[in-house]
Design a protein around this ligand. Structure first.
Ligand code: PMT
Length: 401
């Protein structure tokens, strides 16, 4: 079904491709309105976009004529999708900061529609740490999608990343955004740490923040899945459309997972860092330090393995995906867990690298399955989650019915 697409055009040589983009989007049945920045005018005449879109081009936030018709708030509400192509380094910086100093940035701040950016700039500008920081901020924000850039020869004579994706590729991205490839799929995800009580005030736990699991829940829900998220004690906001069950201990997490899986699920994804052991006894009262006494010895007993339990189901067994956080011998330990727990896939993260894995915004992983593996270099967890969901989906499709 055709969408109402607001195309933002910023200054850059790739702006000439946006004319073709308008034509392609309309060919696919979408209605397009164009907002140009002052920089864009240096490359393409507004009249070109007016002729191709069939709408007057909007340029100024304070254009009294336009304000009388469709103001920036109405434009923001009109759009089902805001697509900024080309997106310059400048607009990425402004959007990352939430600036609203012209019509395009104001619409982007006022709209609730998804905002897709097709970056285009010189390769050195793209590689610059400040641009990469802005890119990370935007990817972390669930309202934004980054499409491209691709690498290749540039108009300035350089070679490298920074070329805007071709209009036909951007049109495919728009089509994919509308699809709900995981519609009717039920997904259960565990996230965060567990806490194993020692006494009323102390517990054994770990540094998991829940971010990886929450990012996967968000990505699966955005693609149409019915997601149940069993969360240990974490501070993360619940992603839109996700059913959340809060638990504290490993045994509570197991009960919640067993209940959700028995109700019917297609995928089980275990990102939680579950405590392998719990204290054998929980003291009723806070344990007191005794002057002169030996340090207390805490006896532990093993927790149930939630993931192995799901993987071992003989009936209604979902596609079962584990995570492995390792500090050494990543591939060997991950493959061992894959076969020992009877999993379909395992996502291994090397948590010895500072800034990746536990309690961080980014992760780098290698995914292993019976017939192969795939590596995903460091990227924001939200971006990684979308990549992983795509990979899991391809495995779901290749499963025997
Ligand atoms: O939460 P974040 O801060 O975003 O960090 C994400 C993460 C690093 C915690 C995550 O990416 C990750 O690697 N999770 C697995 C952590 C781990 O230590 O796994 P494990 O090797 O202890 O267990 C292997 C698998 O078995 C995991 O899928 C785990 O959920 C599961 N398991 C383990 C023990 C147990 N009793 N029950 C389980 O289900």
């Amino acid at each position: 079904m055709g969408k109402q697409i607001l195309l933002g055009v910023t200054g850059g040589i790739a702006a000439y491709k946006s004319a073709e983009l308008v034509r392609e989007l309309r060919r696919q049945g979408h209605e397009v309105q164009v907002v140009m920045t002052s920089g864009a005018r240096a490359f393409v005449q507004p009249l070109t976009f007016q002729a191709l879109s069939g709408h007057p081009v909007r340029e100024s936030l304070l254009d009294p004529e336009a304000e009388a018709g469709m103001g920036h708030i109405e434009l923001a509400k009109w759009a089902d999708l805001v697509l900024v192509a080309p997106a310059s380094a400048d607009i990425m910086a402004k959007l990352a900061c939430g600036l609203a100093d012209d019509l395009l940035t104001t619409v982007c701040l006022a709209t609730e529609a998804p905002i897709a950016l097709a970056p285009a700039m010189n390769q050195a500008m793209w590689r610059n740490a400040r641009t990469q920081r802005n890119r990370s901020l935007l990817v972390e924000d669930s309202q934004f999608r980054l499409w491209g850039p691709e690498a290749g020869d540039q108009a300035c004579g350089d070679t490298g990343p920074g070329r805007m994706l071709e209009p036909e590729v951007l049109v495919q991205e728009v089509a994919a955004l509308q699809e709900q490839p995981l519609a009717n799929l039920r997904v259960v995800i565990t996230a965060g740490p567990t806490r194993e009580a020692l006494d009323p005030v102390r517990y054994i736990s770990n540094h998991s923040s829940g971010r990886m699991g929450f990012a996967l829940a968000e990505a699966a829900a955005q693609q149409g899945a019915d997601v149940t998220l069993v969360a240990g004690p974490v501070e993360q906001p619940t992603p839109t459309g996700v059913t959340r069950i809060d638990v504290t201990s490993a045994r509570e997490m197991k009960n919640a997972v067993d209940w959700a899986v028995a109700a019917g699920t297609d995928w089980f994804i275990a990102t939680a860092a579950v405590a392998d052991y719990r204290p054998l006894a929980i003291a009723d009262q806070k344990m007191k330090k005794q002057a002169g006494a030996d340090a207390p010895v805490i006896e532990l007993e093993e927790n149930p393995d939630i993931l192995a339990g799901v993987a071992g189901r003989t009936e209604q067994r979902p596609l079962t995906i584990g995570f492995a956080a390792e500090t050494r011998n990543l591939a060997d330990y991950a493959r061992d867990k894959l076969s020992r727990k009877g999993l379909d896939l395992i996502v291994a993260n090397d948590v010895s690298t500072p800034g990746l894995g536990f309690n961080s915004d980014s992760n780098a992983v290698e995914v292993f399955w019976g017939g192969g593996s795939e590596r995903f270099e460091a990227r924001p967890k939200r971006e990684l989650a979308r990549d992983l969901i795509r990979l899991f989906h391809s495995h779901q499709n290749s499963r025997p019915a």
